[in-house]
Design a binder for this molecule. Sequence first.
Ligand SMILES: Nc1ncnc2c1ncn2[C@@H]1O[C@H](COP(=O)(O)OP(=O)(O)OP(=O)(O)O)[C@@H](O)[C@H]1O
Ligand SMILES: [Mg+2]
Length: 153
Amino acid sequence: MRFVSPGPATTEALGHSLAQLVRPGDVITLEAPLGGGKTTLVRGLAGGLGIAEDQVSSPTFVIWQIYVGNLRLHHIDAYRLRSSEELEEIGLAECLAGSDVVVLEWPLVAGPLLPEDRLEVKLDYGVSEEERSIELIPLGNWQERLRGWDFEV
Ligand SMILES: Nc1ncnc2c1ncn2[C@@H]1O[C@H](COP(=O)(O)OP(=O)(O)OP(=O)(O)O)[C@@H](O)[C@H]1O
Ligand SMILES: [Mg+2]
């Protein structure tokens, strides 16, 4: 499923709408180039989960942030990590096994730790400065869930 977002407000609204589908224990991965819109989407998602959006910032220097609202959202940035062992050392496996929601940026390094049921989100730049493409790739039980959902850009 693919969308073209014309600006940050739309990306944030898409994140907010996706929150309707989120259940305890879910994992969402985010792949995008620097400045691609990851934090913007997470801000919307957090808002949709009853979390104050101003808690959400770019966690590049803080590897792991936890926001609390209707549930706990872990916002993890693996940009600076080199191996799945490093992610295990900081406790990712335990976190993924629990009932909190996890959003993982730069997920490729986490490969073997990721659950089969997950939503992959890929953002990229578009043709104008504020345009972004947003691709949603549902895996496992997310396929059925995403079928009942749509977003009007
Ligand atoms: N369509 C859009 N969707 C999301 N953000 C956009 C869009 N157009 C412009 N932007 C802007 O791009 C900038 C970077 O967005 P954001 O911080 O969400 O990206 P990021 O992927 O988290 O970046 P970083 O990799 O540096 O953490 C922000 O100023 C945001 O407002
Ligand atoms: Mg960011």
